[in-house]
Design a protein around this ligand. Structure first.
Ligand SMILES: [Zn+2]
Length: 309
């Protein structure tokens, strides 16, 4: 530890010295600047403009494409930091693409980088039966990214929320990034569906909430409800992993949940909390980047995917 501190301090002094020398020969102020690559509506060209050492990441183009599909205005460019990390400039903020750390499941939930957000591919196939342990695509969320997209505080998010008519209820949903429009579209499709299948009305005749600035039970992480981008359907029809005994997790099947409702949400950019090992079947959240990635990535059958590919 002391050695590390010493070498870091040593590195800092060398950098400081280099900066002073550089300043002597330059009229411009010299700052330790990241190397910058601007995005001009062409992800492939952006990836090609990076130095060769960054050309080997087979997921980079798919991930940037998914982020751009989900949040069309968000991507500004890439940078390479002084320690040779790729940085994604998104929604006015900078995020490490791959921190290079080996993480446990909990560490990935608590400290995801951009690549971790796409660590597992959300399965678009329906219905879903059992899932492998810790298969939670979409639960690795960079909180600062969602704050940048939807609002940095409870009051900021509240200002961005609008009333949306959802299957006969008025709910608050975030108007940014197309979230409220997407929920309106789901409601339109569900209304048509329920006219043909009135037995499904029980899932939406009562709702368990949308916008609610709060932490996820048992964690320090903000729930996606905090951003006004998640909706819980009728709690009486729900199953939640914390209500289940740990021995039942492995055998828990999602097959009885109505496929039509799930597909309606997925069609408009929502992921279903039922497709997690840590299932939450009443929960849908607007994650167009996760759905876009699922469409572009090779299909994977969850049953055969290990928790640590
Ligand atoms: Zn929820």
């Amino acid at each position: 530890m002391h050695y590390l501190a010493r070498s870091l301090r040593g590195g800092f002094l060398i950098n400081l010295f280099a900066l002073l020398v550089a300043n002597l020969f330059s009229a411009e102020p010299v700052l330790s600047k990241n190397q910058r690559f601007e995005y001009h509506d062409d992800i492939q060209a952006l990836a090609r403009s990076l130095p060769d050492s960054f050309h080997h990441d087979e997921k980079l183009v798919s991930i940037l494409t998914a982020l751009t599909a989900g949040y069309p205005e968000a991507l500004q460019g890439l940078e390479i930091s002084s320690d040779q990390r790729l940085v994604v400039c998104l929604a006015g903020q900078k995020f490490i693409y791959d921190d290079g750390l080996t993480k446990t499941f909990e560490e990935r939930l608590d400290h995801p980088d951009i690549k971790d957000m796409f660590y597992q591919t959300y399965p678009l196939a329906n219905p879903t039966d059992r899932l492998p342990k810790d298969f939670d695509p979409g639960r690795y969320r960079i909180e600062a990214l969602f704050m940048a997209l939807y609002g940095e505080s409870e009051s900021a998010v509240a200002k961005n929320c609008v009333a949306v008519e959802f299957c006969g209820h008025s709910v608050k949903f975030n108007a940014r990034c197309g979230a409220a429009d997407a929920l309106r579209a789901v409601s339109g499709d569900l209304t048509t569906l329920l006219a043909h299948k009135p037995e499904l009305r029980a899932y939406v005749n009562k709702l368990a909430g949308t916008f609610n600035w709060r932490k996820i039970a048992g964690t320090e992480r903000l729930s996606e409800h905090s951003f006004g981008t998640a909706i819980d359907l009728n709690v009486e029809k729900a199953a939640y992993w914390r209500w289940q005994s740990p021995t039942q997790m492995e055998t828990f099947s999602r097959k009885n949940w109505p496929t039509e409702i799930i597909e309606n949400f997925e069609r408009h950019g929502f992921i279903w909390g039922g497709k997690w090992w840590h299932f939450d079947t009443m929960h849908f959240e607007y994650r167009p980047e996760i759905i876009a990635y699922a469409k572009s990535a090779p299909a994977r059958i969850p049953e055969t995917q290990t928790a640590h590919p």
